[in-house]
Write a protein that binds this ligand. Sequence first.
Ligand SMILES: Cc1ncc(COP(=O)(O)O)c(C=O)c1O
Length: 386
Amino acid sequence: MLSLLRYYGSRGIVLERGYMQYLWDTSGNRYLDANTGHGVAFLGHSNPHIVDAIAKQFKLLASLGLSFRSRLEESVLESLSRIRPGKLDSVLFLNTGAEAVEAALKLAWAYTGRKKIVAFRNSFHGRTLGALSVTWNPRYRKGFPVLSDVVFAPYNSDAEMLGNYIDHDTAAVIVEPVQGEGGVIPGSPRFLGDVSRLAGEAGALLIVDEIQSGFGRTGRTWSYMKSLAEPDIVLVGKSIGGGYPVSLVFTREDIASSLKGGRHGSTFAGNLPAMAAVEAAVRLFLEEDIPSKTRVAGRELIGQLRRRLGGNSAVRDLRGEGLMIGVELRYRPEPVLKCLQEESRVLALKAGATVVRFLPPYMITGGDIEQAASGVESCVSREYSR
Ligand SMILES: Cc1ncc(COP(=O)(O)O)c(C=O)c1O
């Protein structure tokens, strides 16, 4: 028998069906999904808008490399231009978040002719070699030949501290506006503004990684918009494909043109079902005003968590933006995650060493929020309150 490699711990249930914010296991139990496959299913599972768009495109034409043009490309560009970050006028389609990070690093090296990259402590940017090199956690990096020209500055530090890291040798600074995997840590507007200013003064590019925090997840179209940051490159992934694997690199034409033909590519980059998925996702995003729905639901969820967990001695902090929320415990989060799954039928995920992270779809209802918040309350009490 062949075994399936995972490199992830097993959650011990077999899931067979999903619709919007819910998943069902093979015994028919329904779960509220605040895990969303590491934040992917923000538009819900099997969202009919996305499913129909992908199915229609698959029937029409699926496999076409970027050497050929398609009609779809015009309409997807038109949709994307309605939500594009700042003045960025060019977009590269890729497949995964890590691939987008790799492309951004290449663009920065080619554009500046410099090598050094400044990343941040607690950062997570993916697991391919370039992305791993700018990912902080030593557990992920140990034993692999990561790039040597990378330094990790303290996240949320002040301009004076940042000045010790960002200099005229720096090709790029890469930053998450809210650190996700590292522990759901929002970057302060002032910090993000300082990073942007210092990168600009040093002639380094600012790469903003919105792979987890972008596309409405934090209640803004792009999370960096809380600050005065002006990115040169913005990376998007996870929810932008409505469940279909796709990532995007937004940049400026002058930066994009520093890579000539053949210097970057990927077989599936810009495949038509991915473009159809993105077009449908953006249409839904605008029609539904997803950022404002996310803000309302996020406020309700964090409010309920505060009411129920404020003063609980097992809880160190509660924080987040929109529907990217973390409950930091004084202990390991795994027993709480297990209890949430088994007793409350809520799926969440871990962040950092001690954080229970909630990344639910934007359409969660008041009843769902109640289920999640009361579930954490009773699971934290059961596991850790003495
Ligand atoms: C901020 C951030 N960047 C990059 C990545 C890597 O994306 P992928 O797993 O699609 O390669 C992730 C994944 O969790 C992420 O959260």
